[in-house]
Ligand binder design. Sequence first.
Ligand SMILES: [Zn+2]
Ligand SMILES: [Zn+2]
Length: 232
Amino acid sequence: MLSNKIRPNFSPSLYRCKVPVRATESTLVKTFMEEDNARYSGSATVKRSYMREFLVECPKCSELAVITSDLSYDTSNDKLVCSSCNHIEKADDLVRYNVVVKRVCDNCGKPFESIVPNNKHKVNRLIVPCPNCGVVRTYKPRNDAYRTAYNNSKVGDPIFNLPLWYQTSIKGEAFWAYNREHLNEIRNYVSAKLRERQTTTHTTMVEKLPNFIKSAKNRKAILKAIDKLMKK
Ligand SMILES: [Zn+2]
Ligand SMILES: [Zn+2]
């Protein structure tokens, strides 16, 4: 009685969408591959889309810290936050200025240049004696900004150059990911893509992965390493 009322509402296309009763291994792989392809095509998966967050070692306590970036040229919102030791550092704290005065002395007429390097803040007035005649004047200098970064022998993030949290060595090659989402996408790619080498676009993050990650012979070792990193 009930089934008679419900049955007409089922559209035939719904039936067709059901998984075939006897899916062979190859049809399952094909379905998986097609989903995978859809996932990796498009701008959402270019490498840059993973660069809003970097998990790194905190420079103070070496525990996990998170760097967030809004990906704009203006870095004033980019910062590092460590929830273990509460250390906070702005990307702009790394900016330094070379303060430069390049003039012709009004007393002796000779040109000179004076540079005060590595200032944390801009300098608006600089008192400089002429290197030729010694007359002292106050000048408005030029402030040449540049970025500094941490010294780090491991693979670092692109803002602070602090060691990425997710990194390891696989068969002598450096393997790393910016964050968990990035690591996860690499894992999806390694576990699915290597089964079939069909052509894809060359603009996605995964297409730009180093060859040792794409290589089928490293698949097992890479998945093992990723799973270990995931538990970190
Ligand atoms: Zn810390
Ligand atoms: Zn002079």
